[in-house]
Design a protein around this ligand. Structure first.
Ligand SMILES: [Zn+2]
Length: 218
């Protein structure tokens, strides 16, 4: 990777407050750093090239499932991506499948849905029984049945839907984070990591948002 590409990726990763394990393609898409000036020219060859590259990339496929078509996402006029949204859009977060893959958990199984059910982003967001209430609140706020194909198009409809999805992401990811810390016998108030980024092995970043801590203490 060239120096420029590396810096570009680092910026994308920082902007989306993400985990450094996210693929370059997905990080750039989530952070909206695909060259806008090219997209603004309309259906150019360059735009098609960017879309084709996204379609054929081998990594970032969960993000591609949620954001298959780039232009509505990149050209939106509302909606900031935060720490929690990045986790659900990338699949890199406190999901046991992710934690196990990077050596931070011994099992990838969902603790509530029985053996053989992997706790990944798809399961947590759209299937898991633990988050029915969060899912229902999101569906009431948006009027849309939540699925991988409707999540992002619904967010793109307007700020209200975006905010409802952000709230959903934060609620679910905080609960997963607490469950992870409980499994590891750690303080679930998360106070000890407030505002700190820790770069651990395998590029695993521990990042606790100040708002998350305030919410947990209230
Ligand atoms: Zn489950």
């Amino acid at each position: 990777m060239s120096g420029v590409a590396r810096t570009h990726r680092l910026c994308a990763t920082r902007i989306s407050c993400a985990f450094r394990t996210i693929s370059e393609e997905a990080a750039l898409v989530i952070a909206g750093l695909v060259p806008m000036q090219e997209l603004a020219r309309g259906k150019t060859a360059r735009e098609r090239e960017i879309q084709e590259r996204w379609d054929s990339a081998t990594s970032g496929r969960w993000t591609h499932d949620l954001i298959p078509v780039l232009s509505p996402w990149l050209e939106r006029r509302h909606g900031q991506v935060d720490f929690y949204l990045t986790q659900i859009l990338s699949g890199h977060g406190c999901f046991r499948s992710y934690l196990k893959k990077y050596g931070h958990d011994t099992s990838d199984g969902c603790p509530s849905c029985g053996s053989g059910i992997e706790e990944n982003a798809r399961h947590v967001l759209f299937e898991c029984v633990r988050f029915v209430e969060d899912r229902t609140a999101l569906e009431i706020a948006t009027g849309v049945s939540t699925s991988p194909s409707t999540l992002v198009p619904t967010m793109l409809r307007g700020q209200t839907e975006w905010d409802a999805t952000t709230k959903f992401a934060a609620s679910v990811m905080r609960k997963l984070r607490i469950a992870e810390r409980e499994r590891r016998g750690l303080d679930t108030s998360l106070k000890t990591h407030m505002g700190i980024l820790i770069f651990g092995k395998d590029d695993y970043i521990i990042y606790i948002d100040v708002a998350e801590v305030a919410d947990l203490l209230s």
